[in-house]
Design a protein around this ligand. Structure first.
Ligand SMILES: Nc1ncnc2c1ncn2[C@@H]1O[C@H](COP(=O)(O)OP(=O)(O)O)[C@@H](O)[C@H]1O
Ligand SMILES: [Mg+2]
Length: 245
């Protein structure tokens, strides 16, 4: 079995008796990009927090077939791109310090030339390295958050709504970036942006009120949606595109 991440019979409640997540079952193969689509409040970020071991849950999550709560160096293998790029970055840090923070925390080898090569690849100009993060544009901050996530060479990257804070032009470059990242890591991407998911994902799960109501390969879901909520999501996206023509 070459599934990198397996979520099995996962339940989450914050208050006794009320489940926010119910019987979640997802498996993601190594190298795959999985997109979790769903309306706001359906439980997507809560599931990401479970996978990141930030909150307790009932059920099972396996990474490389090992329960995640038993993996000592789990943070080395799994990194996170938050919805708000600034939520985990000190705005007064210089870019070079913000980018190298994760490798310092994990005591990994640090080489400035590697960082320069990496940021060029991500599309950040080298001359920004000495600028404070708070002076950067929204698109640049998003790239910094992406760089922080990939610099530790994680096996799995979890991204929560990576296109929500960028404009339409940047959305395209973000999807190109994700396609690049996918060459080296498995991706778990939360989004309500169907067009973005179409560009980057291999497998899709549709979340509705805390349950995965449909899951499968991209082509299957887009060509033959079965659940009414999936159909509604696809119809809404089509209508939005028509309005913008
Ligand atoms: N810490 C918490 N305590 C209580 N309820 C929470 C907490 N975090 C999230 N929720 C609730 O869980 C539900 C799902 O939230 P969330 O996972 O953020 O949804 P999404 O990311 O899909 O928008 C919401 O009803 C939200 O109010
Ligand atoms: Mg969310």
């Amino acid at each position: 079995m070459d599934d990198l991440l397996i979520i099995k019979n996962l339940y989450k409640s914050f208050h006794k008796g009320k489940y926010i997540l119910e019987d979640i079952n997802i498996s993601i193969s190594s190298g795959q990009c999985f997109c979790l689509l769903g309306a706001s409040g359906s439980g997507k970020s809560t599931l990401a927090k479970c996978i990141l071991r930030l909150i307790p849950y009932e059920g099972y999550i396996y990474f490389n077939n090992i329960p995640i709560n038993t993996i000592e160096d789990y943070p080395k293998h799994v990194s996170f791109i938050p919805q708000d790029p600034m939520s985990s970055i000190n705005p007064n840090f210089k870019l070079i310090d913000a980018i190298s923070e994760p490798i310092k925390i994990m005591s990994l080898a640090f080489n400035k030339n590697d960082i320069i090569k990496l940021i060029k690849d991500i599309g950040i100009k080298e001359e920004l390295l000495d600028k404070k993060v708070k002076t950067l544009s929204g698109g640049e901050r998003q790239r910094v958050a992406i760089t922080r996530a990939i610099i530790t060479k994680p096996k799995l990257i979890i991204a929560d709504e990576p296109t929500s804070s960028v404009d339409a032009i940047h959305k395209n470059t973000i999807s190109e970036l994700f396609l690049k990242i996918k060459r080296n890591s498995t991706l778990f991407v939360i989004t309500h942006d169907i067009n973005f998911s179409k560009k980057i994902c291999d497998k899709i799960g549709i979340m509705y009120k805390g349950k995965i109501v449909e899951i499968g390969d991209k082509a299957n879901i887009f060509l033959n949606p079965l659940h009414p909520f999936t159909k509604e999501l696809l119809d809404n996206t089509l209508n939005c595109q028509k309005e913008h023509v």
